[in-house]
Write a protein that binds this ligand. Sequence first.
Ligand code: GUN
Length: 290
Amino acid sequence: MVAETIDGKAFAARLRERVGEAAARFEEKAGRKAGLAVVLVGEDPASQVYVRSKGKATLAASMNSFEHRLEADTSQDDLLALVERLNADDAVDGILVQLPLPAHIDAQAVIAAIDPDKDVDGFHVTNAGRLAVGQAGFVPCTPMGCMMLLTDRLGDLSGLDAVVIGRSNIVGKPMAQLLLDANATVTIAHSRTRDLAAVVRRADIVVAAVGRAEMVKAEWLKPGATVIDVGINRLPPADGEEKGRLVGDVDYGPASQVASAITPVPGGVGPMTIAVLLRNTLVAAHRNAG
Ligand code: GUN
């Protein structure tokens, strides 16, 4: 079997286009654009790339982008003061503080300061709680993007066996919650799981979010499984390469001979995150305007 490639890049482009059209309609009705504020503290190169692409995508979707770039030695109090200003600013519908934050800042305290109804990342405990009990709120963008790819591919997930590898607050836990809400039978595997291969082997759906290059092997997969690879890892440069290749958490080449469908890295889950962020921002704008 050769797996079908799940083209997250194309799916995300269509979603961004639809959100952009809806954002233009919002502007006509509300008399203002929806707005997303992105806060970056310090100069982490990967974060700079993400923030730049978020800003570009936001403008392309007919929304305002407010970028706040702060020095790496910004105090926690100054950052909290900025978050308070953004909470109070009616032009700002969504607030995203780019993670990771420098070590002297308590990320949980900063997330807790964001107005839950502007928390388009879905990281605030209020939104985590809303997701846990089935109330409307903001769902973290990456797992939401994974769900969209899964339901687009598989339709109804009822009764399917799903394994989520990784238990982070940002991906693993909300992913498991979403799969559960879709009536899948969900297992969360992690670094202490015994016999991960056997756990993965049972799964119709595998979501890998561990951050370890090519860790999930083809032999572990149930033939015909649907595989969603959240990992983005850079391999050490091979001979003649300046930079190492980007790979996922799944050993893609061999896995694509066993799975029925699989997301590539890059071009799979990654582009979905920004598209869902724009969607969440537009939802926030409608709530704030209504
Ligand atoms: N850093 C890496 N991914 C994300 C994300 O989705 N949101 C935020 N705020 N920071 C990140």
